[in-house]
Design a protein around this ligand. Structure first.
Ligand code: C2O
Ligand code: CU
Ligand code: CU
Length: 495
């Protein structure tokens, strides 16, 4: 079982790996880390928060502008910093010439403000949801969720980050000076043509694997990027906003990464890990200690999932597939965070599976290769309905698949008939009981809204605390965006 459906030992697979290595040889910084513009709304009571989605152009660092989409920007959106208890009066303006929906990923909110595919905004229209923030501090995000167009729209830039703070996180002894010792990183892979322009092409193969490219981009700039930081602890809030790639993160000096938070908030205590695997849609916060090294590099490899045999086979032949993402340089003239690593971060009791009232089974279905190729042809450069599914059925806007009851604890058991998939549920956070049939890694044992699925069953313990009716149901889906667009998604109500 490998991450990709086609075997790697074919000519095509080997060629891909070779090309990848050429591109990754140069590890010198290409430029500074773009610090995403921060909009700090904590302590404010705005009448309106305008988000304007529009077409633009952006130079990723190739020297050539690419056609992109942005949210109050040329590419990607702002980092919104808010506080639990606030209600956010968004005005989401669609200045594109195509429909769009904007979903708040990771928020515990009712279905009617969730921004799923039923809440499409027509070109020229403004959507005005009042979004109540009533959850613990966490790194969440917002992105396009337009029916059949999510993959293409997110790839071109319709994504931004929402940092939720609460009293505890603001008082915590952690670095939190944005742009100094606290950074938000959006990691993505992009493809460019020979002129240096962004490309995106859908084929049957892309539907199968999801869109995977060879160039790593950090906050819209081709990696590696560089940032001066004070001596001491530096906090990185990391979002994998790739369409389809699982990323393995590590440090250049082989030090452990210190993980302090996952999708839905702080872990019980910091977890050290040599490698942090982060799937499309996932967020993790890590601390990096610059007190003893002059510089440290955050490295990324494109994860090949459980295909361990492959790494052993390819590394001696093709060299190290590690890519430098972010080079941190210690600058003694900057004022350092003077705290030390906190022992305990959050009160997090172990999940109690025995309290669950019911369990539900979901199998993600890949569909037939020949059929996907035919659909890619028929749809042009868009995704349409069908091709893939869950429990044998592609997502249908008119069909509700699950009816959940508010406040009841459930176990969702998720498996896949092929490949590795990042599974996401709207409107909640959950706890992972088992991932691929085993105990999840320690860094994935806190609050999550994403769970990786492949061989073996992944199980989550979930409770829905917000309502969603059949006019604006919640979604559950694979976060490989081409799979989502192809029908690997279902709908549920909560009443
Ligand atoms: Cu991040 Cu339904 O999505
Ligand atoms: Cu979501
Ligand atoms: Cu998938």
């Amino acid at each position: 079982m490998t991450l990709n459906r086609r075997t790697f030992l074919t000519g095509a697979g080997a060629g891909l790996l070779l090309a990848g290595c050429d591109l990754h040889a140069d590890q010198a910084a290409k430029g500074p880390l773009p610090v995403l513009p921060l909009s700090d709304l904590t302590g404010l009571d705005p009448d309106i928060i305008p988000l304007r989605l529009a077409a633009s152009t952006h130079d990723f660092g190739t020297g050539e502008p690419s056609k992109t989409f942005g949210i109050n920007a040329d590419y990607l959106g702002p980092v919104l910093r808010v506080k639990s208890g606030q209600t956010l009066p968004f005005a989401v303006e669609n200045a594109l010439d195509e429909p769009v929906a904007l979903h708040w990923h990771g928020l515990h909110i009712p279905g009617h403000v969730d921004g799923g595919p039923h809440q499409e905004i027509a070109p020229g229209d403004v959507w005005r949801p009042d979004v109540p923030i009533r959850q613990r501090s966490s790194t969440t995000w917002f992105h396009s969720h337009t029916h059949g167009r999510t993959a293409r729209q997110v790839y071109h830039g319709l994504a931004g980050v929402l940092l939720i703070e609460d009293d505890a996180s603001l008082a915590a002894d952690l670095p939190q000076t944005y742009g100094v010792d606290d950074f938000t990183l959006i990691l993505q892979d992009k493809a460019f043509d020979e002129a240096g322009r962004l490309t995106y092409e859908l084929t049957g193969e892309v539907f199968e694997d999801g869109f995977e490219a060879e160039t790593l981009v950090v906050n819209g700039a081709i990696a590696p990027v560089m940032q001066n930081v004070p001596a001491g602890l530096v906090r990185l809030r990391i979002l994998n906003a790739c369409n389809a790639r699982f990323l393995d993160l590590s440090l250049s000096n082989n030090d452990a990464l210190t993980v302090i938070a996952s999708d839905g908030g702080f872990l019980a205590s910091a977890v050290e890990t040599a490698t942090l695997t982060i799937s499309p849609g996932e967020r993790y916060e890590v601390l990096i200690d610059l007190s003893t090294s002059e510089n440290l590099t955050l490295q990324v490899t494109f994860s090949e999932g459980e295909a361990e045999g492959l790494a052993i086979l390819t590394q001696p032949i093709f060299g190290d597939p590690m890519m430098a993402a972010l080079i941190l340089n210690r600058d003694p003239s900057l004022e350092a965070f003077d705290g030390s690593l906190p022992k305990a971060l959050a009160n997090l009791a172990p999940p109690r599976a025995t309290d669950a009232l019911r369990s539900r089974d979901f199998e993600l279905n890949m569909g037939d290769e020949g059929q996907l190729a035919a659909l890619a042809e028929a749809w042009g450069n868009f995704c349409g309905e069908g091709g893939m599914g869950i429990n044998g059925q592609p997502m249908q806007m008119e069909r509700i698949d699950v009816e959940a009851t508010i406040g009841e604890l459930e176990i969702w058991r998720i498996s896949a008939d092929d490949m590795q998939h990042p599974f996401h549920i709207h409107g909640c956070s959950f706890r992972i009981l088992r991932q691929y049939g085993d105990e999840p890694p320690a860094y994935a044992q806190g609050w999550k809204d994403m769970v990786a699925v492949q061989e073996g069953v992944s199980e989550v313990l979930v409770r829905f605390d917000h309502k969603a009716d059949e006019t604006t149901p919640f979604m559950y889906h694979c976060h490989i965006l081409e799979h989502e667009d192809c029908g690997m998604m279902g709908q549920f109500t909560v009443s």
